[in-house]
Design a protein around this ligand. Sequence first.
Ligand SMILES: *[C@@H]1O[C@H](CO)[C@@H](O)[C@H](O)[C@H]1NC(C)=O
Ligand SMILES: *[C@@H]1O[C@H](CO)[C@@H](O)[C@H](O)[C@H]1NC(C)=O
Ligand SMILES: *[C@@H]1O[C@H](CO)[C@@H](O)[C@H](O)[C@H]1NC(C)=O
Ligand SMILES: *[C@@H]1O[C@H](CO)[C@@H](O)[C@H](O)[C@H]1NC(C)=O
Ligand SMILES: *[C@@H]1O[C@H](CO)[C@@H](O)[C@H](O)[C@H]1NC(C)=O
Ligand SMILES: *[C@@H]1O[C@H](CO)[C@@H](O)[C@H](O)[C@H]1NC(C)=O
Ligand SMILES: *[C@@H]1O[C@H](CO)[C@@H](O)[C@H](O)[C@H]1NC(C)=O
Length: 807
Amino acid sequence: MSLLSALSIVCGLMLQLFFSVLSAQYCVPRKTVSYQSNLKLFKENGFFNYSTMLIREDLGVLLLGAREAIYALDINNISVQKDRVRWQVTEEKQRECKYKGKHAEVECRNYIRTLHSVNDTTFYVCGTNAFSPACDYMTFANGRLTLRERPEEGKGKCPFDPFQRYSSLMVGNDLYSATSINFLGSEPVILRSSSLALRTEFKSSWLSEPNFVYMDFMGESVDSPDGDDDKVYLFFSENAMEYDFYRKVAVSRVARVCKGDMGGQRTLQRKWTSFLKARLDCSFPEPSLPPIVQDVFLLRHKDWRKSVFYAVFTPQSSLSQISAVCAYTVSAIRDIFNVGKFKTSVAVETSHVKWVMYTGEVPVPRPGACINNVARKMGMNRSLDLPDKTLQFIRDRPLMDEAVHPLTGGPLLLKKGSLLTRIVVDSVLALDGETYNVMFIGTENGYIQKAVNFDGEMFIIEQIQVYENPVAIRSLSLSSSKGQIYVGSQSGAVQLPVSDCSRHQSCEDCILSRDPYCAWDSSAERCCSVRGLSADSQSVVQSLKDGDVSECPSPDPVEAVHLDLVPGNNIQLPCQPHSNLAKVHWRFSGLQLQTNDKYYVYSGGLLILNTSVSDAGSYVCDSVEQINSRMYNKTMVVYHLQLFSEPPLPVSPSPGTTVTKYSIQGYTVAATEPGLDGGNEVPPQSENYSNTGKLSRLEVAVALLSLLCLSLIGVMLWFCKRGQWKCFSFVHSSKRAEGKRPANDYVEVQNRNSEIKLLQAEAGRPCTANNNHTAEDFKGNGAYHFQPSARLEKLAGLGLIHDESEI
Ligand SMILES: *[C@@H]1O[C@H](CO)[C@@H](O)[C@H](O)[C@H]1NC(C)=O
Ligand SMILES: *[C@@H]1O[C@H](CO)[C@@H](O)[C@H](O)[C@H]1NC(C)=O
Ligand SMILES: *[C@@H]1O[C@H](CO)[C@@H](O)[C@H](O)[C@H]1NC(C)=O
Ligand SMILES: *[C@@H]1O[C@H](CO)[C@@H](O)[C@H](O)[C@H]1NC(C)=O
Ligand SMILES: *[C@@H]1O[C@H](CO)[C@@H](O)[C@H](O)[C@H]1NC(C)=O
Ligand SMILES: *[C@@H]1O[C@H](CO)[C@@H](O)[C@H](O)[C@H]1NC(C)=O
Ligand SMILES: *[C@@H]1O[C@H](CO)[C@@H](O)[C@H](O)[C@H]1NC(C)=O
């Protein structure tokens, strides 16, 4: 191991400190599940951008649109490809596109962006087609995908630019799309392609540089007392017109149109007469510009009024790393559009326009309303019959005065770190008879956050790494009936189950995970899925809101680990908390230990400085987690320190021993130490390992380290200044395997009660070459000893943290 590992110890401490500050305000995932190679993955060599998905449970397929290809994948195992069609750009198109100044290999390709079902076996597909969007029909029958290969104009149905956000929706035979209809991407429209095509006005009061993210359909005509129409809701962000600000400010919007809209007769001919929009409110705890909506999921309810839109927001300033989820009921949005006040523009000074609340008389029928009983009573059966007064009003005032407020008044989830990108929500019926809405949220760095809001308490059950490399999650789909999530990104598609209860090994683990999908079956002694269980199953325990483990059998007592104590040295006792939310507490001779001159308590363990004879005894590490007002306390490890007595010297490292090399200023110092794995609940017993002797070898290495500590910190500061951030990047490494590196090039030098192995001077390695020794070392592996310094606290202020999920 290098200088770097020593540095990483210091950095690790700083991270712990820094992170504990963060966790106070934002939700931290309780557990982190790192990448597992058994996830079902789909990708084809040479193909990228797997970002358009369509689930067809009835056909047993997931249709996946990528760059220049569409796949039909087995819905139960997306690694199984049923068929594929290619849809490449023609050379001519690619040349034209390149000629217009676009990047031939990236932009001048055909990105499949639209995939909709037309009927049982037919689909409508659109692609960007080298900045010349085109659409076509495709069928899936007898396991075969077939493209009709008679492409039609896709302008307005699909974006030109593969990087531009857009949204579309098929309702019956009508395609609703929100995108740009020109090459430059500067003319946004919300278009309905049907026998009677409709679009938005080209006015900045309608759409101002929008970013469309989501569209969905709501069948509001069902048991509607006022004879209302079905609607299409659209979520996007755009330049605000309602704020006076010295620069452009974006805001998030929800807009809607009526399904039966046919446009106006003279005014708003072939344009929406029912386009209304309102600001979406989702307040962040820190003062900031309005957050930007990134994705939406509609959680449908039997009663459509209770359906809820879940929306992910990120800050508009790239400096901030906060994301939020806010939820809005359909009725809240409807209320704003149906009875809310309008905004109107007033001219102030010469060219400046200000938007204020409209207080004048509102014409009847109400502008922007669908054709309903009120209109019908007035003899207006179609939007074509609407009077000019109503239409002119709405043409000039599509914006509502009031914003739509979230269901709970504020965010359901607030998270700091890698930004959230996409969301799906599943409802789960738990054993208590309540339905919980579990959010699955993708991030910029390839994780899925699985979160719940328990009556206002934000809780991230776990974060699951679904890509080996940190890629942004670009699409998420849920099959609730299959209990599967499908994830798309540039590099491939991944399938994962909504829950893996078997990951929780003990009753406490299972209950404390507070996962609505899982419950502890005490007769089978395993954590099992609640699906198909009924509340009266006697032996099954679940406690979601309280995390109450009192029904669990009491855990087996922890076996003590015996260690030697050499007076005058420092010693580190590793102990990992049982979850990211837990804190460690230490007890010694019945006393709670606090950080002071002698002890340094941090989340990965305890340091005892300058030990003396009186330090011998039992040290107990408790991991304590607060769940609401309840404390859960678990003893993770017990160390028994006994005074050192002269040992027989072992000749070579025995199995179960970790060989550690410290490369300090040209020397490599190797020390053997017990292969303690602090990441586990209980350190593994190394039966053949004799504690005596080995530890003290380490301690000599530590003495050296201690001497050099100050210079290390100096070096580190120098690196930090030089911007060598890679030194501090966190990569998982298999420490046990690494420790078993053959040690045949060691020269043994014997010392009084220790053995230091010196190598000839090694050429100084660049710090980036060996950067996989990091906090992992620090957290996981054995008893490092070093001299902590008051400087650590100061260094913590440097904020050396890129991303919490890398930890
Ligand atoms: C498609 O994937 C490639 C390779 O990962 C990437 O370079 C490109 O930017 C992606 N294109 C889009 C539109 O995301
Ligand atoms: C999924 O399909 C792949 C490819 O055929 C196969 O290797 C894998 O074992 C399958 N997984 C499961 C769980 O069936
Ligand atoms: C499905 O739609 C396509 C295109 O509109 C049409 O040609 C085909 O006949 C339809 N098939 C069925 C089974 O309705
Ligand atoms: C509107 O529809 C009603 C019933 O469908 C019909 O009686 C009435 O004549 C229609 N009015 C117009 C103006 O078309
Ligand atoms: C360590 O403790 C002893 C007494 O227990 C004291 O004399 C010595 O100065 C201490 N060393 C350091 C470096 O604090
Ligand atoms: C944890 O439990 C043990 C034994 O029940 C108790 O002695 C200890 O004080 C508890 N620790 C905390 C921090 O509550
Ligand atoms: C411990 O040593 C015994 C005899 O020396 C050997 O048979 C056994 O396999 C060893 N166990 C481990 C875990 O190395």
